[in-house]
Design a protein around this ligand. Structure first.
Ligand code: 6R9
Length: 644
């Protein structure tokens, strides 16, 4: 039996949703989804109100539409509609990498900045439906750029600033972006990131890009290409401060976000306008129990889906004050998070388990010396949170007073699917607990047979919810293959889970070839193809292994081409090679030189065996009799790299 933390009386008293309401709403949401969402769909402002709520099929062609005869504009929902009541309220608190730098941006100011950039983009020829790639650090201009795209009806594709020029180029080419918005340099932990130089490199192979807009962040020396590159500051200074938002169909794409799958290139997940905004804003309000006036901080980067839904769209649609942080948790000191909480009087704090685990290692003193008295609620996202980290977060950071919402969701889901609601759900450390309204989780075995009651299996979702992805950019076939064919008629999440006797869900991690490194999704296939692109590598196989801080580390088995000798130098060279090909987040933690890889007679690599060896669990390799050459396994075990 695991520990149970009841709902604190203080939380229950003020919460938007109590236990009884959760049960009533949830019941209705699954029995009468049309009625339920028809009502909650009205939480956003429609230009033309919808009369049709839902048209979904998970079979044959697979199509997903919500509120589909309505029209709206997302930027108008995040800005214009708040002006009368909250024009002077802070929309974004920006905290710079350097603790001496911060800013408050009101809704009125943000609205004006977005209007100016919208006009400047239109001037540069951007039209509804065009793709715009955003490659920016965590500065307010990132939110301005997203909202300006939404305002003019362009589809943004944000690429995380830690990705390499190659990775950026691939993401630009896949969707034929005609514009890139970037900065001269980024600043993280006192170190500069050469964003514009990376863009220049990427654009050597991208012919679709006509314009590059460059925000001046550090003032570092960069090269501007005449006729293609323009300074952001100059464009917005001469642009008009008013702009009429473009009326968009509910199902018009709002953004693309590339994420890793189990095979091949990253997938361009497509989210649309109406359903996404309804779902992002509703989950933000109820999961974080957001009350007017609360200061809310999500530490994610806008390069990930968490930054899209829970730094920008959800909070701003709700008229919230959202904090945007440029830096990292341990700069200039390991108290930084808590110093920022005190400086800006943060009430709601949302971060990833990997950050908690790395701060936990530094002991309690750096936390204890800060006040944190404004904190009321804590959140976790990105990977399973181990009970030890959960307890530390709860006891040390929240002083036992703040509930933790462990929110399970994915790039594909657009918003949170399984999570406690602070006033409605008793907590169990390590469990994401219960489904949000309208979400019907379903557990299946390997054959797709539904498992009932307390059980363990593969996690599917039975029906649609408004925030769900609609397709993969340019590849609807892959969309169907990836999510709807393993278990026909169901959305397959790629995650394994356990459901306990109280119906609580415990996510156990990916069951496919996706690994989760510090909360970042990586396809093992992507790292493998980067490795084999090196001239000295003949073959590579990559698996995840348990890592104390990162959750999972990257373990690569590498076979060199005939005549090449393993060396420490080559190991370093390969690590740097992968950093250059994909980005630092994909650096292998361990590389094992492997004279051969365990393969079946048909040539398929037996990853199950490689995973076991990487986990240092080589006593239980299971049946190896189908291997072409069982001898290779002995060598791999003998020279294994992880001996903890
Ligand atoms: C939002 C986000 C999705 C994958 C997902 C799962 C893991 C996310 C989790 C969690 C356990 C949680 N994951 N939240 N696992 N508990 N609270 O992270 O999206 O980058 O697409 O990753 O992350 O494995 O399938 P994304």
């Amino acid at each position: 039996m695991s520990e149970v933390y009841p709902i604190p009386a203080e939380t229950a008293k003020n919460a938007l949703i109590d236990e009884k309401t959760y049960k009533e709403w949830y019941d209705r949401s699954v029995k009468d989804p049309e009625g339920f969402w028809g009502e909650h769909g009205k939480r956003v402002d429609w230009i033309k109100p919808f009369t049709k709520v839902k048209d979904v099929s998970y079979n044959d062609d697979v199509h997903i539409k919500w509120f589909y005869d309505g029209t709206l504009n997302v930027a108008a929902n995040c800005l214009d509609r708040h002006l009368a009541k909250r024009g002077d309220q802070t929309a974004i608190i920006w905290e710079g990498d350097d603790p001496s730098e911060s800013a408050h941006i009101t809704y009125r100011d943000l609205h004006e900045r977005v209007c100016r950039l919208s006009n400047a983009m239109t001037e540069k020829g951007i039209k509804p439906g065009d793709r715009v790639t955003i490659y920016l650090p965590m500065i307010p201009e990132a939110a301005v750029a997203m909202l300006a795209c939404a305002r003019v009806g362009a589809i943004h594709s944000i690429v995380f600033g830690g990705f390499s020029p190659d990775a950026l180029a691939g993401r630009i080419q896949d969707c034929d972006s005609s514009m890139v918005i970037t900065a001269d340099e980024g600043l993280r932990g006192g170190r500069k990131v050469p964003l514009k130089a990376n863009v220049d490199k990427a654009l050597e192979t991208c012919w679709s890009v006509k314009n590059v807009i460059v925000v001046k962040r550090t003032g570092g020396a960069i090269h501007m290409v005449a006729g293609r590159d323009a300074w952001y500051e100059e464009l917005v200074a001469k642009a008009s401060p008013t702009h009429a938002p473009v009326e968009m169909d509910a199902e018009a794409p709002l953004f693309l976000l590339y994420t890793s799958g189990s095979t091949g290139k990253p997938k361009g997940v497509v989210h649309t306008t109406g359903g996404y905004l309804v779902y992002a804003s509703m989950t933000h309000q109820y999961v974080f129990d957001y009350h007017d006036g609360d200061i809310y901080w999500c530490t994610a980067d806008v390069g990930w889906v968490t930054g899209h839904s829970y730094i920008v769209y959800g909070p701003l649609a709700n008229g919230a004050t959202t904090l945007m942080f440029e830096g990292i948790p341990n700069y200039p000191t390991v108290s930084r998070f808590w110093d920022v909480v005190d400086k800006h009087k943060v009430n709601i704090f949302y971060t990833a388990p990997t950050a908690i685990r790395s701060l936990m290692r530094e002991g309690e003193e750096p936390v204890a010396k800060t006040s944190r008295k404004t904190l009321r609620l804590l959140g976790s996202v990105g990977e399973p949170i181990n009970p030890e980290a959960w307890n530390w977060y709860h006891r040390v950071v929240g002083e036992g007073r703040c509930p933790i919402v462990d929110t399970w969701w994915q790039t594909e889901t657009g918003g949170i699917l399984i999570s406690p609601l602070p006033g409605a759900t008793a907590l169990k450390p390590g469990s994401a607990t219960l489904p949000f309204f309208g979400v019907v989780p379903l557990m299946v075995d390997a054959e797709g047979k539904e498992l009932l009651g307390a059980t363990e299996g593969n996690l599917c979702i039975a029906d649609a919810w408004p925030g769900q992805m609609r397709t993969l950019w340019g590849d609807h076939e892959r969309f169907k293959q990836s999510y709807f064919t393993t278990y026909p008629g169901r959305y397959f999440t790629g995650d394994g889970a356990r459901r306990d006797e109280d119906g609580y869900y415990w996510i156990t991690g990916r069951v496919d070839d996706v690994i989760n490194v510090s909360g970042h999704r990586m396809g093992t296939a992507e790292v493998e193809s980067a490795l084999v692109a090196h001239p000295k590598v003949a073959e590579a196989a990559v698996v995840g292994y348990p890592h104390e801080i990162k959750g999972q580390g990257i373990y690569a088995y590498v076979t060199l081409i005939q005549g090449e000798e393993p060396s420490e130098e080559l190991r370093k060279e390969l690590v740097n090679w992968v950093r250059k090909e994909i980005g630092p987040i994909a650096s292998p933690d361990l590389i094992q030189w492997s004279p051969g890889l365990p393969k079946t007679r048909s040539g398929k690599i037996m990853r199950r065996i490689l995973r076991k060896i990487a986990e240092n669990d080589y006593g239980a390799l299971g049946d190896t009799s189908t291997l072409a050459d069982p001898g290779v396994v002995d060598d791999l075990v003998e020279n294994r790299m992880n001996r903890v």
